[in-house]
Design a protein around this ligand. Structure first.
Ligand SMILES: Nc1ncnc2c1ncn2[C@@H]1O[C@H](COP(=O)(O)OP(=O)(O)OP(=O)(O)O)[C@@H](O)[C@H]1O
Ligand SMILES: O=c1ccn([C@@H]2O[C@H](COP(=O)(O)O)[C@@H](O)[C@H]2O)c(=O)[nH]1
Length: 239
């Protein structure tokens, strides 16, 4: 018996920091392999999958600005960091036999294709996993906003944010141990309470396009497939 798919097409946002594994910086190949396997399993359920990887394991523009440097240059470097993460994830997917393509909002034509909505649509319909690199292509944004933008452009049925915590809490659970996890929240509640797990632009963009956001822990093995099957621990943000 074939299980009914919860969503036909999903955008999976993976935290850059999750790719570090137990390291303090950079890319841990073993962790990338484990995450790629989980994406491959999501694909095997029959869904069309787009992925956005953050860059926090390598570089964030705000870190430059905090030290008095040029924020725009810092953001350019951050976007290039997401290209690096995307390349390694796509390679790991291909090693598992999953066709994967990196489409970057920042043109680096000798390395990967430049993002166009039409190109991405064609590849997704063919069943390729698209790894959307370079965020929005603009400074002063984050990959969460880039992911919400791609989810809207690609008409995804859900935006699955895989991060280092297993949902949205009443406060940052890493700082406030007795913070409570929400099962569901509306985007209005999320924005009104200024909850920080993802930026307000991303929440608003998903809300305006009626795309539910599911926040789950990509550090928990199997959590992505559980979310696809509607089980496990996560928070749903939707009206
Ligand atoms: N109310 C909250 N509920 C849950 N997490 C929160 C909350 N407030 C702050 N956080 C923090 O937000 C973090 C997730 O945001 P962050 O931007 O660090 O991750 P990311 O987007 O997954 O990573 P990256 O930028 O590397 O892609 C969590 O690690 C958590 O500590
Ligand atoms: O649209 C975008 C997306 C990202 N950036 C820069 O990249 C880093 C890494 O992304 P995270 O979302 O923080 O993981 C980000 O801090 C920005 O510096 C960008 O400029 N525009």
């Amino acid at each position: 018996m074939t299980r009914k798919l919860r969503w036909r097409r999903v955008l999976v946002k993976l935290s850059g920091e999750a790719l570090m594994g137990s390291q303090d910086f950079g890319i841990d190949p073993e962790t990338v392999g484990r995450v790629a396997k989980e994406v491959a399993e999501a694909v095997s359920l029959g869904a069309q999958v787009g992925v956005v990887v953050g860059g926090g394991n390598i570089f964030r523009g705000v870190a430059v600005a905090a030290k008095g440097g040029n924020r725009v240059t810092g953001d350019h470097m951050g976007m290039l960091a997401t290209v690096m993460n995307s390349l390694t994830l796509a390679d790991a997917l291909r090693r598992l036999g999953v066709p994967a393509r990196v489409l970057s909002a920042v043109p680096v034509p000798s390395i990967c294709e430049t993002f166009t909505q039409r190109g991405a649509e064609r590849y997704m319909e063919d069943g390729d996993v698209i790894v959307f690199a370079g965020g929005t292509g603009n400074p002063f944004f984050t990959t969460d906003s880039g992911a919400a933008l791609r989810a809207a452009e690609m008409r995804c049925d859900a935006f699955l944010k895989g991060t280092s915590v297993d949902g949205v809490y009443s406060d940052d659970p890493k700082k406030v141990p007795d913070a409570e996890r929400y099962e569901t929240l509306t985007p209005g509640e999320m924005l009104g309470r200024d909850l920080k797990v993802m930026d307000a632009t991303a929440v608003a963009l998903a809300r305006d396009n009626a795309i539910p956001v599911i926040v789950f822990s990509i550090r928990t093995p199997g959590a992505l497939v559980d979310v696809m099957n509607g089980v496990g621990k996560y928070t749903v943000i939707s009206d």
